[in-house]
Design a protein around this ligand. Structure first.
Ligand code: DNO
Length: 399
């Protein structure tokens, strides 16, 4: 077997406001970038002019804009409010405009209101670096005693409430404030944080939307958008929920293999695909990650590789890329086997885009103000390790 294939190594760049410059990225050994027009309000059309402007900035230093992460979905689509038709049309137009600019892979998620959720952004690791963490006790303390979400009263046991209350009492005013800011932070790439009042209004809207309704709204969206993606040659890839379970009473429908399978079957098109995020899916102990790649791999258009360490108390933190609860060797091997299949099937998309997702904040990272998880040295360490793992497996299995 002499096959030469490799994953397409990419790097997420948040645009001109990203503290890492394009000339620095060139030295990382990656030429394909993942980017988005974060300055355009969620739901509005990305015009050809705006897309081309970002593209030119990237191409001027001989890099490429290969993947869009993300074209975010307007809340009206998630809640099926009457304006959704307008926003679906705008979404379709954005896809057409991206294709005109030769960008063909688009990541998005379908998490209500908040994107990803963590309780701690600077969790001290034994080696002195910092990681992101999710602690259900801290989350409970916030929703019970700070947000005062009434329905939350019924979901926790007496012991859980006591633990959460004890936790709250251990926090200083500054720490409480930081917890609130961390949980209510909006989309990555923005500095927006919801106020508890704003957030409560959103929660009210979702009172009548359970998981089944949200799923229906997702499928409705896909039914309108995937035909356009097919027509213009865009691979849509949905990002799993992070974390992969309901948080603050909001429904989540992209958390398990069953969820993914349902979405893929409901709109059976190669253009309706997945972003396989090992960190998100890996926070759920039941998700068999290499198995999901073996079973659903032909629809994976984008890989986010990072690790999480799940702990007995239900918390998790982001571990080094090759350590933690995710079997990264098994994931990489399954991804390369998927590539091998694609070679044999003569598919044009053998080089699946992959990016090291998140990294610890370590050494010189403290000198710059990165978006949480998007440090330079920490991510570069992850990428370097993943590249080595990939090469070792590829050479031993396929060359
Ligand atoms: C966090 C990211 C997510 C992801 C979006 C995809 O670092 O993995 O924010 O970009 O959810 O739409």
């Amino acid at each position: 077997m002499h096959q030469h294939f490799h994953l397409l190594h990419t790097w997420r760049w948040f645009g001109p406001d990203d503290p890492i410059s394009l000339t620095e990225i060139r030295q990382i050994g990656v030429i394909d970038l993942v980017s988005a027009l974060h300055h355009i309000p969620c739901g509005e059309v990305w015009t050809v002019e705006e897309i081309a402007r970002r593209k030119n900035t990237i191409e001027k230093v001989n890099l490429r804009w290969t993947v869009v992460e993300s074209v975010n979905i307007h809340e009206s689509i998630k809640t099926a409010s009457p304006e959704r038709e307008v926003y679906i049309e705008k979404y379709q137009q954005t896809l057409r405009n991206l294709a005109r600019c030769h960008i063909h892979t688009v990541c998005y998620n379908f998490m209500p209101v908040l994107d990803w959720t963590r309780t701690h952004l600077s969790y001290l690791m034994p080696d002195g670096s910092y990681a992101l963490r999710y602690d259900p006790v801290a989350l409970a303390a916030f929703e019970l005693y700070m947000l005062k979400r009434e329905a939350a009263e019924t979901i926790y046991t007496k012991e859980e409430k006591e633990r959460a209350h004890g936790y709250l009492q251990s926090l200083s005013a500054t720490e409480k404030n930081r917890l609130q800011q961390t949980i209510l932070a909006g989309l990555p790439g923005t500095d927006e944080v919801f106020s508890p009042e704003e957030f409560r209004k959103y929660l009210e809207i979702y009172q009548d939307i359970d998981a089944a309704a949200l799923r229906e709204n997702l499928i409705y969206f896909l039914q309108q958008v995937i035909p356009v993606a097919e027509e213009v040659g865009i691979r849509m890839c949905i990002h799993p929920d992070d974390p992969p379970f309901s948080v603050l009473g909001l429904p989540r429908v992209v958390s398990t293999e069953q969820d993914l399978d349902y979405i893929l079957k409901a709109v059976p098109s190669m253009h309706n695909g997945l972003t396989f995020c090992t960190g998100s899916l890996g926070a759920h102990a039941d998700n068999d990650l290499p198995g999901i790649i073996r079973r659903l791999g032909d629809r994976i258009h984008f890989l986010h590789l990072r690790n999480v360490q799940r702990e007995k108390d239900g918390s998790f933190y982001e571990a080094d890329h090759l350590e933690g609860s995710v079997d990264m060797y098994g994931v990489m091997k399954a991804a390369l086997e998927e590539q091998y299949k694609r070679v044999q099937q003569q598919r044009p998309d053998v080089a699946i885009p992959m990016r090291p997702d998140h990294g610890h904040q370590m050494t010189f990272d403290a000198d710059r103000n990165y978006y949480p998880g998007y440090s330079a040295i920490g991510r570069l360490k992850g990428l370097a390790e993943l590249r080595g793992l990939e090469m070792g497996i590829r050479k031993s299995l396929f060359e």
